[in-house]
Write a protein that binds this ligand. Structure first.
Ligand SMILES: [Zn+2]
Ligand SMILES: [Zn+2]
Length: 253
């Protein structure tokens, strides 16, 4: 038996035993080292779900995780006991319409760690030990476990950069400076953005944005019209990344 962090409902977290399955063909067993707490984990904890997605049974939280390989099942190549790995939390079906159009990220039957969308819920990764497919584990060479656990949210930011195309020298707006916004700022800086404008409604988050490489940090709670000068004429922002989920930010972008 391992221990896992279950959410039973709003504000009801419990550390309880969970089954450990031995690694079968193509699987590895990973001892978890670090996990990031996502906005979705917080929604389950604070409100028992979000929108129409509600907890209907106890569920293990967590999907941004990294750990150390402690056992290999048969037919596993490329991983060894002792490797630090980041684990991908998504399990597309590879057979639905979206998957067959080459968009497994939009899979209609997606099984995602710590998700109450399907029932029974998909159990998450905040546990001592997890068994995972070897191809979902990526070796985190040169990183520590906390950095490796950021692989999943960083992938969101890198996907956004790819969608934006070439942003070299461009003026970029990032609305919302939570973890995703900050990772987007870092990714945009690295992708060669000319000027990065960051907005949020909290000075603490804007401090993180500045550290991450934002050139102009605007607190929209104090200065609601701060983006005005950039909207003159046809607007002078080349690319906008909306990372807040707030209607006001989307309208401004
Ligand atoms: Zn997440
Ligand atoms: Zn699918």
């Amino acid at each position: 038996m391992a221990q896992a962090l279950f959410v039973h409902g709003s504000r009801d977290l419990r550390v309880e035993p969970c089954e450990i399955s031995p690694p079968s063909i193509g699987e590895v067993q990973v001892s978890l080292r670090r996990g990031g707490i996502c906005g979705s984990d917080l929604h389950y904890f604070n409100h028992g779900g979000f929108g129409s997605v509600r907890l209907r049974e106890p569920m293990i939280l967590g999907h941004e995780v990294a750990g150390e390989v402690i056992a290999l099942g048969p037919n596993v190549a490329g991983l060894a006991v002792g490797d630090l790995v980041a684990i991908s939390p998504s399990r597309p079906c590879f057979s639905c319409a979206q998957c067959s159009h080459g968009l497994p990220n939009h899979c209609l039957n997606m099984r995602f760690y710590g998700s109450a969308m399907p029932f029974p819920h998909v159990q998450g990764a905040f546990r001592d030990v997890i068994t995972a497919r070897a191809e979902h584990c990526v070796k985190a060479v040169g990183l520590n476990a906390a950095q490796a656990a950021m692989a999943e949210p960083l992938a969101v930011a890198l996907h956004a950069m790819r969608r934006a195309g070439n942003i070299v020298g461009q003026r970029v707006l990032v609305t919302g400076c939570g973890p995703i916004g900050v990772l987007v700022i870092m990714a945009a800086r690295r992708a060669g953005a000319g000027e990065i404008i960051a907005t949020d409604v909290g000075d603490m988050m804007l401090g993180f944005a500045e550290n991450a490489g934002a050139d102009i940090c605007l607190n929209m709670a104090n200065q609601p019209d701060a983006l005005g000068p950039f909207g003159k004429g046809k607007g002078s922002v080349d690319v906008a990344f909306e990372c807040s989920g707030s209607q006001a930010a989307l309208t401004a972008a």
